[in-house]
Design a binder for this molecule. Structure first.
Ligand code: SF4
Ligand code: FES
Length: 332
């Protein structure tokens, strides 16, 4: 008979959840939902060993656990810190965490060009969101930014290293999803960059998924680059008969034209099911697809502003009975 595992209780910004031991603070926050969920630029729940690189998910642990209630002395990366029973965490309610995130945003933007007006990722870029929420008005650095020429990574993918934040998601995706990995992070520290080995081309099947996991506009689809601003397109759920992947994709349409094909992403901006390169790059005609209907865009993005309902960005308590109780008490 299997023994019942005792769940751990965690409180984040006053909302409580019960999670299995081994759950990270970030995943627990996602279970609660709403605005208290920390942003994540490198963690990706579908990729093993992701996280711990960007520090955007920093939170304050004001109570370590029931057994040891001392607060943690420094902000912690919520994607890499596991929940302890009775832990209390502050995200939105912590000035320290907000200040920390602001500093991380400034750091991520030290070399990143502010080229949103010409970047294909604009409108669906996590760094752009972070910049709006926590960015400072001016730069405090005087040195020249690291600059690189845009590079072709194989027939369908363009690398704009100036925009890369070295989150390593693309490297993990290539490692864990394709048969051979031909790119990685070369050099160290300030010299670190994404590059292929000895000018190899990235043309494994499924390699196109590195475009979807990239949180910024460093990796773009050459078959769709500069074709349209994303907010002028209509995302449609569509399926095709594919012998390699599930064939479930999103078609980004302009009238009857398919501008771009991507995988479907969940509310955290993570791919639900990775798609093959044939669906992504070669099926740009309607004859291949069955269109199911408009795609709901969950994130607070300009895409959903133009096409669908207003973003629901109030503090949501979802279906968490404990969180509901607390918020009802607060309302009284
Ligand atoms: S290219 Fe994109 S996914 Fe790859 S490390 Fe840079 S930011 Fe991350
Ligand atoms: S998401 Fe946690 S460190 Fe990047």
């Amino acid at each position: 008979m299997s023994e019942e595992v005792k769940k751990f209780k965690i409180t984040i910004d006053g909302q409580t959840a019960e999670v299995f031991p081994g759950t990270s603070i970030l995943e627990a926050a996602r279970q609660i939902g709403g605005k208290s969920v920390p942003p994540a630029m490198c963690y990706y729940s579908k990729l093993e060993t992701s996280g711990g690189r960007c520090r955007t998910c920093l939170v304050e642990v004001s109570k370590g656990s029931e057994a040891d209630p001392r607060p943690m002395p420094k902000l912690v990366a919520s994607c890499r810190t596991n929940v302890m029973d009775g832990m209390e965490v502050k995200n939105l309610t912590s000035d320290k965490a907000q200040e920390g995130r602001k500093a991380v945003t400034e750091f991520l933007l030290v070399n990143h060009p502010l080229d949103c007006p010409i970047c294909d990722q604009a409108g669906e870029c996590h760094l752009q969101d972070l910049g709006y929420e926590h960015g400072v008005e001016g730069t405090r650095t005087e040195f020249e930014r690291n600059t690189y020429e845009a590079d072709d990574l194989g027939p369908n993918i363009k690398l704009n290293m100036n925009r890369c934040i070295l989150c390593a998601r693309c490297v993990l995706t290539a490692n864990q999803l394709t048969e051979t990995r031909e790119h990685g992070i070369l050099f160290r520290g300030d010299h670190a960059e994404i590059s292929t080995y000895l000018n190899k081309a990235l043309d494994n099947d499924y390699i196109g998924n590195i475009i979807d996991v990239c949180p910024v506009g460093a990796l773009t689809d050459k078959t769709a680059r500069f074709a349209s601003r994303v907010w002028f397109t209509s995302p449609m759920n569509a399926t095709c008969k594919c012998e390699k992947c599930s064939g479930k994709a999103v078609l980004w349409m302009k009238g009857d034209e398919i501008v771009r094909v991507t995988a479907r992403k969940d509310q955290w901006g993570e791919v639900e099911e990775f798609i093959c390169d044939t669906c992504r790059f070669d099926r740009k005609e309607l004859k291949f697809w069955n269109i199911e209907g408009p795609r709901h865009i969950d994130r607070h993005s300009v895409i959903s502003l133009n096409h669908y309902e207003k973003p629901k960005d109030e503090l949501r308590v979802l279906d968490n009975p404990m969180a509901k109780e607390i918020s009802e008490k607060d309302e009284k």
